[in-house]
Design a protein around this ligand. Structure first.
Ligand SMILES: *Cc1c(COP(=O)(O)O)cnc(C)c1O
Length: 370
C-alpha cells in the first residue's frame, strides 16, 4: 500500500478526525508571551489554596523511594477510599486523573459499531474518548444549559454502549437532582454502561448532597468517577478513581497500564483523603468566592449560570473571545467556552479573595473598553 508519504493516512479514522482537548493557558506561557510577571489563572478549576499540608508531607516522605516502581495495585489508597466511601476494594479503579478512567471505559467497552450518548455543553473529554476509539457520539440537546435526561434517554438505541453524565457539569455548573439521575439509570437498558462523572461532588452540600454510591448495589452498569484534582488540590499529580461493581472495575483494571499512578500521587492522595480540615477550608473559600464573584457580576449588570462547582459560567451577551484576550493582556487567564457551543460565555474558576478581586477589576476595565 502506498500512503503518499502521509503518515496521517496510516492512523485510525478516529485519530485522523480527532480535535485535541484545549487546556487552560498555563501561567508560564502567558508570562513568556506578554512579558508579564503577575499572572493569575482562573481557568482550570484548580484549588486556589494549593495542596494541603498532609499531602505535601506525604510527598516529602515518599521521595527517597522514587527509584522503586509504585505499588501497581494502589493497595493502601484503595483501602482508604474503601473505608471512606463504604465500598469494597474490588469496586475501585485508580486512574491517572479521572480522565484516564473515562478513557479506560471507552477503550474497554466501545468499538466503531457503538454509539455514546452525552449532553450538549457537557465535559469536552467525552467526545474525545468516543472519537479516539472510532465510536459515534450522539449529542442530546441541553435544557437550560444542563443535561436533559429525557432527551438523553430518547437518544439511547440498541447501539448505545455508553452514556456520560457530568454532575455537576463542567463548564455550566448545572446540577441534576439525585432522584432524577437514579430514575434515569434505572430506565437505561442493561446493555448500556452509565458513567456518572462527579469531579466536583465535594463542592455540593446541603439538601442537594450527592449519594450516588448507594446505587452501586443495584446498578452493575454504573461507573462513578471522582478526582483528587479539584477539591483536593492535586491536579498536577494526576490521580482520580472510579467506583463501580467489582465486575466493571475488573474490566477497567485489565486494560489499564500496570503502573498508571505514580508513587507520589498515591501517597499524596491517601494523605489528602484524611485531611478534612483542608477540604473544609477549600469548600468554605469556594462558597465565599462564589458570593464575591456573583456580587461583582450584579454590580456590573452581568448574568451568570448558577453553579454547583468551583467555577462559574458568565453570560457576556457578546463574543467571549475578545474579552478573554483583553483579560489575558491584563494578566488574568480565564476559559473561553466556544468549543462547548457557548461563544458568548466565559468560565471563571473561583480563586482566593485577592484573585477574585483582581479578576473583577480587570473585567470592569475590559468591559468599559469593548
Ligand atoms: C476536571 C474534570 C475531570 C478530570 O479531571 P482529572 O484531573 O483528570 O481527574 C473530569 N470530569 C470533569 C467534568 C472535570 O471537570
Amino acid at each position: 500500500m502506498n500512503n503518499n508519504g502521509n503518515i496521517y493516512n496510516l492512523a485510525t479514522a478516529g485519530a485522523q478526525r480527532l480535535i485535541p482537548y484545549k487546556a487552560g493557558k498555563p501561567i508560564e506561557e502567558l508570562e513568556r508571551e506578554l512579558g508579564l510577571t503577575q499572572v493569575i489563572k482562573l481557568a482550570s478549576n484548580e484549588n486556589p489554596l494549593g495542596p494541603g499540608k498532609k499531602a505535601l508531607a506525604a510527598i516529602q516522605a515518599a521521595l527517597p523511594s522514587l527509584a522503586l516502581y509504585p505499588d501497581g495495585s494502589g493497595f493502601t489508597l484503595k483501602l482508604a477510599l474503601a473505608e471512606k466511601y463504604d465500598v469494597d476494594v474490588s469496586q475501585i479503579t485508580l486512574g491517572n486523573g479521572s480522565n484516564e478512567i473515562l478513557e479506560l471505559v471507552a477503550r474497554a467497552f466501545l468499538t466503531p459499531e457503538h454509539e455514546v450518548v452525552f449532553s450538549q455543553h457537557a465535559f469536552a473529554v467525552y467526545p474525545i474518548v468516543t472519537q479516539a476509539v472510532g465510536a459515534t457520539a450522539v449529542v442530546a440537546p441541553a435544557l437550560n444549559y444542563g443535561h436533559d435526561l429525557n432527551a438523553m434517554l430518547q437518544a439511547v438505541t440498541g447501539k448505545t454502549r455508553l452514556v456520560f453524565i457530568a454532575n455537576p457539569n463542567n463548564p455550566t455548573g448545572t446540577l441534576l437532582s439525585q432522584a432524577d439521575i437514579e430514575r434515569f439509570i434505572g430506565a437505561l437498558p442493561d446493555t448500556c454502561v452509565c458513567v456518572l462523572d462527579e469531579a466536583y461532588f465535594e463542592f455540593v452540600g446541603g439538601d442537594e448532597s450527592i449519594n450516588s454510591i448507594d446505587w452501586l448495589k443495584k446498578f452493575p452498569n454504573l461507573l462513578i468517577t471522582r478526582t483528587f484534582s479539584k477539591a483536593y488540590g492535586l491536579a498536577g499529580l494526576r490521580i482520580g478513581y472510579g467506583l463501580s461493581s467489582p465486575e466493571l472495575a475488573d474490566i477497567l483494571n485489565r486494560v489499564r497500564q500496570p503502573f498508571n499512578n505514580n508513587s507520589l500521587a498515591l501517597a499524596a492522595a491517601q494523605a489528602a483523603l484524611c485531611d478534612d480540615e483542608h477540604l473544609q477550608q477549600t469548600i468554605a473559600v469556594n462558597a465565599q468566592g462564589m458570593q464575591q464573584l456573583t456580587k461583582g457580576f450584579i454590580d456590573l449588570g452581568l448574568e451568570w449560570i448558577p453553579s454547583a462547582g468551583n467555577f462559574v459560567l458568565l453570560d457576556l451577551k457578546q463574543a467571549g473571545q475578545p474579552v478573554y484576550e483583553a483579560l489575558l493582556r491584563k494578566g488574568v487567564i480565564v476559559r473561553p467556552v466556544g468549543v462547548y457551543e457557548l461563544p458568548n460565555h466565559l468560565r471563571i474558576s473561583i480563586g482566593t479573595e485577592a484573585e477574585n478581586q483582581l479578576f473583577l477589576q480587570a473585567l470592569t476595565d475590559t468591559l468599559a473598553n469593548v
